[in-house]
Write a protein that binds this ligand. Structure first.
Ligand code: GLY
Ligand code: MN
Ligand code: MN
Length: 487
């Protein structure tokens, strides 16, 4: 009885909560935009096919705590739906429902549930998915099992293959695990422990797990005007983070504190997320390409700090790296390496235009860096194998930091150019170079003649960085109590 009363009180409280506005931002991609993307995908699909997409899994951190949910980028691109436990079907041709209604797309989403929403937040439910996301056919996930479509009639059922990283959620009978199991049943998916990709076999039926990705690569690689606007915003937010850190940084600060300043600024501008875990490496920590420990408690007066961070705004991420001297002035050796990396980036930027292969931008940067390293006496010949520049310089950005996109550049592709030189301690060169790690990473929009630098707001030259670092910061006045002495 007591529990019953508690539930009634909770539901009454919840109803009051849900009747209030969700106070959402009003600049998300529109439902018409997502619908247009579904139509474009449909046009590119093979004859008599259906494409099936699943929402991203909720991933458990431990016990009662899950990782913060992030929608699968394909699912978001096609729907705008930001909740888990959902499946989307897009048909090449009109299907006829039992009641005679024609439809060419259908979505199953998580059901409204007052108790669960009180704990974990508002859900759109089938009705909200219709009204807010513009689907005509939207149902609760528990309807998927009896959704009666004969998959054997299609020439191709296109979907991304499954990996064994989705949990069954005992609280919910229409969770992602169940939706996938029901789908497998409906399409007669081969009963194997491993996914089709792992088995390297294409099944002998109409299941196609390879055909969907090239279609999504074509669509997502070339950005629409609305996406470019969001990328520009994410890039500007991330640039402001770099600028404010240039003003605020002082020897003795920690890597974590520098990370915090960037991420505080991202949040100030309403960026929901990070595009990837922030990389903030002082001195030789910068040599670890994806260093995310950010544990160094006190940055040294003489070292560089490499900061590779990207704000994610309404799904779209920036990817920007600046490397600056902690004390505000590059040493002669740091300056030589920095300017070599910058000249490699400038050379790749000049080469960046439609028709060029992304990998060519790496070739261009590598030639500049190798010549420069020979001139500085760090390597002996331009063809010497070395690990001072161990990565490529370019990838697409968008809903993923390493976004989908074709290798040949076209107008309206958004990419990075990010050469680097990393010289770990004990390298086989003069010790004066040891511990110097520099990456300069900017974001570009390919246009019809070349490319536009999007992230120029964050200073890139030695002179501009040193000048910015002389500027005052409001954070210099921000002093916190020493909690170690508060016994
Ligand atoms: N931040 C990851 C990358 O630069 O590719
Ligand atoms: Mn990058
Ligand atoms: Mn990066």
């Amino acid at each position: 009885m007591k529990i019953f009363i508690q539930i009634i009180i909770a539901l009454a409280g919840f109803t009051a909560l849900y009747s209030q506005s969700a106070d959402l931002p009003d600049d998300f991609l529109s439902k018409e935009w997502h619908k247009g993307r579904r139509q474009k995908l449909r046009e590119s699909m093979p004859a008599n096919s259906v494409a099936v997409f699943f929402a991203n899994a909720v991933r458990n951190r431990s016990n009662d705590v899950d990782y913060v949910y992030h929608q699968d980028p394909n699912f978001f691109y096609l729907t705008g739906y930001r909740e888990p436990e959902a499946v989307l079907l897009i048909f090449k041709d009109k299907q006829i429902a039992a009641n005679g209604v024609g439809y060419d797309e259908i979505i199953f989403v998580q059901e409204r549930n007052a108790m669960r929403e009180m704990w974990t937040g508002r859900r759109l439910g089938a009705e909200g998915t219709k009204s807010q996301l513009g689907f005509e056919q939207a149902f609760n996930g528990n309807q998927f099992k009896k959704y009666n479509v004969d998959f054997s009639k299609f020439s191709e059922v296109l979907f991304y293959d499954f990996f064994n990283d989705v949990r069954d959620n005992p609280r919910d009978s229409a969770d992602l695990y169940s939706l996938i199991e029901q789908f497998k049943e409906k399409v007669n998916y081969p009963k194997k422990d491993n996914s089709l990709i792992v088995s390297k076999e294409q099944p002998k039926n109409n299941l196609n797990t390879r055909g969907l990705n090239p279609l999504m690569v074509n669509l997502r690689g070339v950005k629409m005007a609305e996406e470019i606007e969001l990328i520009r915003k994410a890039v500007m937010i991330s640039c402001v983070g770099q600028v404010e850190v240039m003003k605020a940084i002082e020897p003795g600060m920690s890597e974590r504190e520098i990370q915090g300043i960037h991420e505080f600024i991202f949040k100030k501008y309403q960026a929901e997320d990070l595009g990837y875990p922030s990389i903030v490496g002082g001195g030789h920590n910068g040599c670890i390409l994806h260093y995310t420990d950010n544990y160094k408690p006190s940055l040294n007066n003489k070292e560089l700090i490499l900061m590779d961070l990207g704000a994610e705004f309404h799904g779209y991420t920036a990817d920007i790296t600046r490397t600056i001297p902690v004390n505000g002035k590059f040493s002669p050796e740091q300056k030589l390496i920095y300017e070599l990396v910058l000249s490699a980036q400038e050379a790749s930027m000049k080469a960046c235009k439609p028709g060029v292969e992304l990998s060519y931008l790496t070739t261009v940067s590598r030639d500049v860096v190798n010549k420069g390293l020979v001139e500085l006496g760090i390597i002996k010949t331009e063809t010497e194998k070395h690990l001072y520049f161990p990565h490529g310089v370019s990838h697409h950005i968008g809903l993923d930091v390493h976004d989908k996109g074709n290798r040949i550049l076209e107008p309206n592709m958004a990419i990075t150019i990010e050469p680097g030189i990393y010289i770990p301690d004990n390298s086989s060169c003069d010790p004066k170079w040891w511990g110097i790690a520099v990456r300069i990473e900017d974001d570009y929009l390919v246009n019809k003649d070349g490319c536009e630098l999007l992230s120029g707001y964050a200073p890139r030259t030695v002179a501009d960085i040193e000048a910015m670092m002389k500027q005052p910061s409001p954070l210099q006045k921000f002093k916190l109590p020493n909690i170690d002495s508060q016994k």
